[in-house]
Ligand binder design. Structure first.
Ligand SMILES: *[C@@H]1O[C@H](CO)[C@@H](O)[C@H](O)[C@H]1NC(C)=O
Ligand SMILES: *[C@@H]1O[C@H](CO)[C@@H](O)[C@H](O)[C@H]1NC(C)=O
Ligand SMILES: *[C@@H]1O[C@H](CO)[C@@H](O)[C@H](O)[C@H]1NC(C)=O
Ligand SMILES: *[C@@H]1O[C@H](CO)[C@@H](O)[C@H](O)[C@H]1NC(C)=O
Ligand SMILES: *[C@@H]1O[C@H](CO)[C@@H](O)[C@H](O)[C@H]1NC(C)=O
Length: 426
């Protein structure tokens, strides 16, 4: 676990300790699960012409561009591991879009890259698209991707009826009244609620709470994925992983020979490998060529480029070596997003009047935590997908033994569920 990669929270106000953050993503490929909780805490008081109709694919594309921008922002702070859920973060902001007005609303739209999708005569279009996207992703019912959103608000606090209805309609979000002055009772209530929502996977969501908290927004994602082509644990062996020219670590390296989708991005100097999960979700690994500085890739990864990789994938026989790894990363989005043009919502000039006319509200913090665990096991039954080995053809190899990027996405919609960079897998 990399607990050190915390971009860091000058936590104050309603902040719980970062080590016990309110948000958690766990992704295990075996009995696996991913959780994400994006958590926001509100303190108070602080004192066009018709574009063509948007589709969920347009939304996915915009979300992906936002994700890449956010990735670059995080990357500019450090050169360590990175992992987060773009879908979780975008969805949380979609809820805030409905809560906000004026300058704040405009900043969120712009920051999320959704300006072109906004239609003034259809204020519910963007939340509706998020709803449709989520329905599309989970439609076949087998994919274990549950998103949930909940709002906890101070009893005395008057939430606008329209907002309450919208958040229920589009995000199926619960609104619960709490007496935050009773911090102990509130912490217990929230933790029990989240525990229930996440099927006992997140038990101690928060440990501290500011008694002045007015409103808390929590968004969770749960993803369970099993490899279509599982790795055989008997073939997993320790092997070197070259962090840079000077540091080498030993990692458990998984091995599989099969037919995989792959492509070479020659201008970028990187290769791409697709590792499919069941139920229409895949992991795409981007491996910069040996000797190449991985930071050179940062400026080049865009939604457009990502789609071009997917389009050019070709199935060939490959010997694949991928490290087993676990990561746990936390981000204080309230420190990162102002640099991406979303400043007012975190400041005293926040306009959240659609959430409440009581006024003086701002988002005091927004935390995001993600955990991933990748190992050999898919379902053992899936081993049946193994494809006959073609005799005499020398297999090519794809060995992930140096820093790499990965993207977990829903194939029909190209929706980016998770995104990460592994510099050191140990
Ligand atoms: C565009 O959206 C509007 C409002 O939802 C709808 O009435 C219209 O039929 C749509 N047009 C197309 C081409 O889908
Ligand atoms: C919020 O924005 C609306 C629309 O621009 C504006 O009418 C209102 O005065 C703003 N309220 C605050 C508190 O800034
Ligand atoms: C791993 O090795 C053990 C012992 O040789 C064997 O029983 C088992 O079937 C092997 N597992 C797989 C998935 O091949
Ligand atoms: C690492 O070594 C390669 C080959 O010797 C060299 O091209 C590259 O510049 C080196 N990178 C760093 C960061 O020193
Ligand atoms: C999900 O969205 C994709 C892309 O728009 C579309 O091709 C697919 O038919 C949709 N699936 C369902 C079940 O609606």
């Amino acid at each position: 676990m990399e607990l050190s990669d915390v971009i860091l929270p000058k936590l104050n106000g309603c902040a719980p300790k970062p080590s016990q953050t309110q948000s958690m993503v766990v992704h295990k490929v075996k009995m696996g699960f991913i959780f994400i909780v994006t958590y926001m805490c509100f303190l108070a008081p602080v004192h066009h012409a018709h574009p063509p109709n948007a589709t969920i694919s347009d939304l996915s594309f915009k979300n992906m561009d936002f994700a890449m921008n956010l990735y670059r922002k995080i990357s500019s702070y450090h050169d360590k591991n990175i992992f987060f859920s773009p879908l979780s973060i975008s969805t949380s902001f979609a809820a805030l879009l409905m809560a906000s007005d004026g300058v704040t609303h405009g900043e969120i739209l712009k920051g999320l890259n959704l300006e072109q999708l906004e239609q003034h005569d259809q204020p519910e279009l963007i939340p509706k698209l998020f709803q449709l996207l989520n329905e599309n992703i989970t439609l076949n019912g087998k994919l274990k991707l549950d998103q949930s959103m909940a709002l906890f608000m101070r009893q005395q606090f008057r939430v606008e009826k329209i907002f309450e209805d919208q958040i229920k309609k589009f995000f199926d979000a619960d609104i619960k009244s709490l007496d935050f002055a009773d911090t102990k009772g509130s912490i217990h209530f929230i933790n029990e609620y989240i525990k229930h929502k996440t099927e006992n996977k997140v038990t101690e969501m928060i440990s501290t709470l500011d008694a002045l908290t007015q409103l808390m927004l929590i968004n969770t994602i749960f993803f369970q994925g099993t490899w279509q082509i599982p790795f055989n644990p008997n073939f997993t062996e320790n092997a070197p992983f070259y962090i840079d020219n000077y540091s080498i670590v030993e990692v458990p390296m998984m091995f599989k020979e099969d037919k995989f989708y792959t492509m070479d991005d020659v201008p970028l100097g990187a290769r791409v490998l697709k590792l499919p999960y069941h139920d229409g979700v895949s992991m795409l690994i981007l491996l910069p060529n040996k000797g190449m500085d991985y930071t050179a890739v940062d400026d080049e990864i865009t939604a457009e480029r990502f789609l071009s990789w997917i389009r050019k994938l070709q199935k060939i026989k490959l010997e694949v070596n991928v490290p087993k790894f676990k990561m746990e990363e936390s981000y204080s989005l309230h420190n990162l997003l102002p640099d991406m043009g979303m400043a007012s919502i975190f400041s005293s000039s926040a306009n959240l009047t659609k959430l409440s006319k009581d006024g003086g509200l701002k988002v005091s913090e927004m935390l995001h935590k993600a955990v991933i665990e990748v190992d050999e096991t898919g379902t053992t039954a899936a081993a049946a997908t193994t494809i006959g080995i073609i005799p005499y053809s020398l297999p090519r190899t794809f060995t992930v033994n140096r820093p790499f990027f990965f993207f977990i996405y829903h194939e029909d919609t190209n929706c980016l569920l998770f995104m990460g960079r592994v510099i050191n897998p140990t």
